[in-house]
Design a protein around this ligand. Structure first.
Ligand SMILES: Nc1ncnc2c1ncn2[C@@H]1O[C@H](COP(=O)(O)OP(=O)(O)OP(=O)(O)O)[C@@H](O)[C@H]1O
Ligand SMILES: [Mg+2]
Length: 324
């Protein structure tokens, strides 16, 4: 009994608009006639009370409609959530497919280098021993990089499913850094980059999975070498940091634009960059480093300035000092 619009018209308009349609409508009708109710139902009313309004009845009906409305809302939310999860799954599936193609392609490069170098040694039996040695060293470096790629791939999968048991032991972090440095000797010489070992002489011992830590360092060194032009410098060292040891790799290379920094630790982040034509690598190395540091209760961060260089720093637990 409003001016200009009837109650039925208000209800019809509410129910015609998708935004207001879920609002429950109880019609209060003065006339207890069947026609009136039928008309109300036709325009979408959810329930009726007749005048004079019985307060208890009205409240009970309102409660019941609100319960139904809450269920409806929950269903709508779940639908939106499911749709977005489904989209995400589809996206990951596509990325996975391209990742597999890329991995196969990327494994071909070091293999080609290994075969080429070994072929050269075989085909020139008269060649100098020094050159042969150099070629075999190159083949070995390529084999190492291939092995690193394969291990990273396997471990990223295992760590994501929490299936990689850490083999914790106590060791000198300095020894691991020295070993990793000598493994990249050949690569450094080939690319004309100098590696400096830094950090304090004496450090607390690490308590971590020695081989995983070695592979984090190897990944960071390989990246630093790849992204540092000839004449550049890479520094490698470790510092105590509370109950942890922080290991860092600093280079004077090309750096990483700030907008890409959050992507580089993601398993598929590199693929997204690649789609924009930005890089050429497989991009699992840093995802591996992050998972491996986190599996130790540590973390990894990057500090990078384009044109100046990058510093990667990760933490692992130090051995607790013996009590007493
Ligand atoms: N020291 C660095 N300087 C500049 N850019 C870097 C450096 N380290 C990593 N990046 C960038 O981060 C990306 C991701 O590195 P990540 O190690 O995960 O993958 P990748 O080196 O491309 O491939 P791989 O799986 O063989 O390691 C690199 O492709 C590069 O764009
Ligand atoms: Mg890498």
């Amino acid at each position: 009994m409003m001016p200009h619009v009837s109650g039925h018209e208000v209800c019809a308009r509410l129910k015609a608009d998708a935004r207001t349609r879920p609002i429950p409508v109880i019609m209060v009708t003065a006339l207890n006639s069947v026609e009136d109710k039928v008309e109300g139902l036709d325009v979408g009313a959810d329930d009726f009370v007749s005048k004079p309004v019985n307060r208890v009845e009205l409240l009970a009906k309102a409660r019941s409609l609100l319960r139904a409305k809450a269920l409806h809302d929950e269903l709508a939310r779940a639908k939106v959530e499911l749709e977005s999860k489904n989209e995400e799954l589809k996206r990951l599936e596509q990325l996975k497919e391209s990742l597999v193609q890329m991995i196969v392609h990327d494994l071909k490069n070091p293999l080609t280098a290994i075969m080429g170098n070994l072929d050269l040694v075989l085909q020139r039996p008269g060649g100098s021993a020094e050159r042969d040695h150099e070629r075999i060293a190159r083949a070995l470096a390529s084999s190492r990089s291939m092995m690193r790629m394969i291990l990273d791939m396997l471990d990223v999968g295992r760590m994501e499913e929490n299936r990689l048991p850490l083999r914790l032991e106590s060791f000198e972090i300095g020894c691991v850094l020295d070993e990793c440095s000598s493994e990249v000797d050949g690569l450094l010489r080939a690319s004309g980059v100098v590696l400096q070992r830094q950090g304090p002489e004496s450090l607390p011992r690490a308590r971590a999975d020695r081989s995983l830590v070695g592979r984090i360092v190897a990944n960071l060194l390989s990246n630093a070498i790849k992204h540092t032009p000839t004449g550049g410098t890479i520094a490698l060292g470790a510092d105590p940091e509370g109950a942890h040891l922080a290991v860092w790799v600093r280079d004077t290379g090309e750096g990483i634009p700030e907008e890409y920094q959050p992507l580089i630790f993601q398993k598929f982040g590199q693929l997204q960059l690649k789609k924009q034509g930005l890089t050429t690598d497989r991009g699992l190395g840093l995802a591996f480093c992050k998972l491996a540091a986190e599996a130790h209760g540590g973390s990894i961060v990057v500090d990078s300035t384009p044109g100046k260089g990058s510093t990667f720093r990760f933490t692992i637990p130090a051995e607790a000092e013996a009590a007493g």
